[in-house]
Design a protein around this ligand. Structure first.
Ligand SMILES: Nc1ncnc2c1ncn2[C@@H]1O[C@H](COP(=O)(O)OP(=O)(O)OP(=O)(O)O)[C@@H](O)[C@H]1O
Ligand SMILES: [Mg+2]
Length: 286
């Protein structure tokens, strides 16, 4: 696997349909398909889950990290938790990510050691992505390598890295307010589990090459644009999540842009968290 740069597109995964049917007539060969996905809903203990998955996916896709493609899914009142009282017409939005497996079977966790060996560049990309979105939950159960098809079609199926579960990134619940959380953590490394708790990012011990990390911070500056960040935060504010309105969306956009612009500083400031990077490697300027 070659190193990423702003010019190198990420690998493109092909996804799966469960069934195929004749589609509406048209000039192209159109079919009805059923695709499988994993949906996540907000809950009293995870009120920001959908916001977090939405923002993480859009930023991760722009960065080039292989987060399974996803979309907002309409949730009828009967599926909501807790269910709204009868006769109250409440609808919601969930986040659904396309299944990266042809069948929904349980996955073996992917250890940091294994990923760093299979694809050191992807491992560095996940660290930079988690740092950008302040992810507090990157353990080996939230990464996988699954064999599957990629572009160009027709080549042998390859080991694809899958990066998922961003419910505990972006806006952390359990804080007095969104504004307070964002203000307090803007300049903190966060992903080592130190500042706000959570899991120590499982790849930190397996990153040996600062150069790879910096290729990804450069990609973040090139592809995670102000326009993208503003747009997705604005969309998040329309999900009807209490305590996340226009003011919080604008604070979140400023927070994400700030982290994007200071990724290299955040990395150097946390160099003690990278035990396998030689100290001398940090002294070269990005
Ligand atoms: N896109 C996907 N394709 C295939 N399997 C998936 C996908 N997303 C999630 N899964 C499977 O579902 C499991 C649960 O999903 P996920 O890790 O996102 O949430 P969680 O760990 O249950 O919840 P929490 O948000 O509280 O951490 C994963 O461990 C994985 O096995
Ligand atoms: Mg998980």
């Amino acid at each position: 696997v070659s190193s990423p740069s702003p010019a190198d597109p990420p690998s493109r995964h092909l996804y799966y349909a469960e069934s195929w049917k004749v589609g509406p007539a048209g000039a192209s060969d159109t079919r009805f398909v059923n695709v499988q996905g994993v949906a996540k809903l907000a809950s009293p203990s995870g009120p920001y889950a959908v916001i977090n998955e939405l923002v993480a996916y859009r930023l991760g896709a722009a960065l080039g990290v292989s987060v399974p493609p996803g979309m907002l899914l309409h949730v009828p009142a009967a599926q909501m938790s807790p269910p709204p009282p009868p006769a109250v017409a409440v609808e919601g939005a969930a986040w659904v990510s396309l299944s990266f497996q042809p069948l929904l079977v349980s996955l073996a966790p992917l250890t940091g050691t294994a990923l760093a060996k299979i694809d050191p560049s992807a491992a560095a990309g996940v660290v930079v992505f988690d740092l950008l979105i302040a992810n507090t939950d990157r353990h080996s159960g939230n990464l996988a390598v699954a064999t599957g098809p990629v572009l160009p079609p027709g080549q042998a199926h390859v080991a694809r890295v899958e990066v998922f579960d961003h419910s505990h990134a972006v806006v952390h619940s359990g804080n007095p307010s969104v504004a307070e959380y964002l203000t307090n953590t803007r300049d903190l490394f966060v992903i080592d589990g130190g500042a706000v708790g959570g899991n120590r990012q499982c790849l930190l011990d397996h990153i040996a090459d600062v150069g790879l990390l910096r290729r990804w911070t450069k990609r973040a500056r090139a592809f995670v644009t102000d326009g993208l960040v503003d747009e997705v935060c604005g969309e998040a504010s329309m999900l009807g999540v209490p305590a996340f309105g226009a003011a919080e969306a604008s604070l979140l956009a400023a927070y994400l842009k700030h982290r994007r612009d200071h990724l290299d500083d955040l990395l150097v400031g946390a160099k003690a968290s990278f035990p396998t990077v030689p100290a001398s490697a940090w002294t070269t300027s990005p």
